[in-house]
Write a protein that binds this ligand. Sequence first.
Ligand code: R5P
Length: 288
Amino acid sequence: MIVYGGSNSLKLASRVSEVLGFSRGDVEMKTFPDGEIYVRILSDVCGKEALVVHSVLDNNDLIESLLLLDALRDSGAKRIHAVFPYLAYMRQDKKFIKGEALSAKTILSLLDEKADRLTLINVHFLNGGGAHVFHGIKLINLDALPLIAKYYAEKLDNPLFVAPDMGARNAVSRAAEKTGCEFDYLQKTRLNGEEVEIKPKGLDVEGMDVVILDDMISTGGTMIKASEALRQQGAKTINLGCVHGVFSRGTEIFNKVCDSLVCTDTIARNESLISVTELISESINKIP
Ligand code: R5P
């Protein structure tokens, strides 16, 4: 198998190829002055299996991914395994208002057309790791939350893991269970795209080291409200962890509200203290 990295997942692709003992594929990528993207496969992939590791953060990444997958197919790759550690557009998996585009379905069906196997990590709308089918599209969902729970369980004496809303409840509960630590959750109501209201469940967090875990942090609104609510209830320390550190408003906004902040390297950030390398590698090793 030859491993190809998308332009913002080069480090992760290297780590995965090292762990698996596969060679790295060479790709030429550039952006033309008008913003169009150019992709050329340089290494010989004809008749071989290709593994693409590429986090898609924005529209440009998506085009790059489509071009990369197509170029691999045109170059004769036997099977293409596409791993999207982070894939944008996954938060609209339902139509809430008549006429809305179902972005998760649109994007996944495009990628499904070009790859033989899709692997993602903590997809927002999927409950639990393993094989799933979404609108007829088969995909593997890997769960990285236990890695973050383990990190904090080793760092703190007796952490209490908290899900910031009902949506994260099952995933955080499973992650906490693996560490043997306590778990609870908050109730969140989204007021609009930017604002959320958090109503505490009346947890006894007095003097506790609280760890709030979520699949992703985007604007940070959810985590900030949750941190404030738990701080008000007397938590000793507030520690935040997410799989995907989108951080669309930066990370400075967390400085005053929490004692620590970590994410995985699905998106490479300064806070990426936990790697999904092993998680991806183990999953690839299971391919028949
Ligand atoms: C949604 O429910 C997700 O699990 C996250 O809680 C959400 O996407 C975080 O978004 P933000 O950081 O903008 O509050």
